[in-house]
Design a protein around this ligand. Structure first.
Ligand code: PEP
Length: 248
């Protein structure tokens, strides 16, 4: 059985005052039956990692450099994230693929760095609206999955997040059939590559998940949780999503 995962991506939001939100989340979910992860801006990782030490909320980064150290002004390595208290790192989010031109080869290198630093890589893939409308979704996500995921990936050190680009931050959500079709295809692709070990990989859905739609999305086969942006910023919004996942 895969343990489900509710992951929050705070993006470029939050200052130290947000520690109270995470503490409220910890208080509301003291022994959750699912994994809970918050990925705040890197500036908050040490404070949140310390504050959550005795709680069931893990802390992750939102990106890492592929190198361990070096002349890369403004970047942070996977090793540094781990040193700051992170256990996970999001890699290949569509905002980075779009804003920073990150390719799947870049994502692959970053995932390797994450594994070397003993971080769990949350590898994001997803099609644009134009690609979906052109009927290319399964090809696009299949290629991204293949090219972004290193051979060192296991269900322990890697999570796949299917995030249709057009659903992120837009309030638009694919139909449950569309979500199910992609997750089933991803599971098959993982099985073809990793054999029986593929069963251990968690595949998250991401894109405008909120309390009102979480339960129906979590009921879709092969949806092992969610990567949540906007609705992860407050305990009030994220807590019911965690509860919906526990009840799925
Ligand atoms: C995301 O940023 O990964 C995301 C899914 O955002 P939102 O939930 O706000 O659509």
């Amino acid at each position: 059985m895969r343990r489900k995962l509710a992951a929050g991506n705070w993006k470029m939001n939050g200052t130290l005052t947000r520690v109270t939100e995470v503490m409220a989340l910890c208080a509301a979910h003291q022994a959750p039956s699912v994994d809970v992860l918050i990925c705040p801006p890197a500036t908050l990782i040490p404070a949140l990692a310390t504050a959550t030490t005795d709680h069931a909320v893990a802390i992750g980064g939102q990106d890492c450099h592929a190198a361990v150290s070096g002349a890369h002004t403004g970047d942070i390595s996977a090793h540094m994230l781990a040193d700051a208290g992170a256990t996970h790192v999001i890699i290949g989010h569509s905002e980075r693929r779009a804003d920073r031109g990150e390719t799947s080869a870049d994502v692959h290198a970053k995932a390797l760095a994450a594994h070397t630093a003993t971080l769990t890589a949350v590898i994001c893939i997803g099609e644009t609206l134009a690609q979906r409308e052109a009927g290319e979704t399964l090809d696009v996500v299949g290629t991204q999955l293949r090219d972004s995921t290193p051979d060192s990936a296991t269900g322990e050190n890697t999570v796949i997040a299917y995030e249709p680009v057009w659903a992120i931050g837009t309030g638009k959500v694919p139909t449950l059939e569309q979500i199910g079709e992609v997750h089933a295809a991803l599971r098959i692709a993982l099985t073809n590559r990793f054999g029986a070990d593929a069963n251990a990989f968690r595949i998250l859905y991401g894109g405008s998940v909120k309390a009102s739609n979480a339960a129906e999305i979590f009921a879709v086969p092969d949806v092992d949780g969610a990567l949540v942006g906007g609705a992860s910023l407050t305990a009030e919004d994220f807590s019911p999503i965690i509860t919906a996942l526990e009840n799925a």
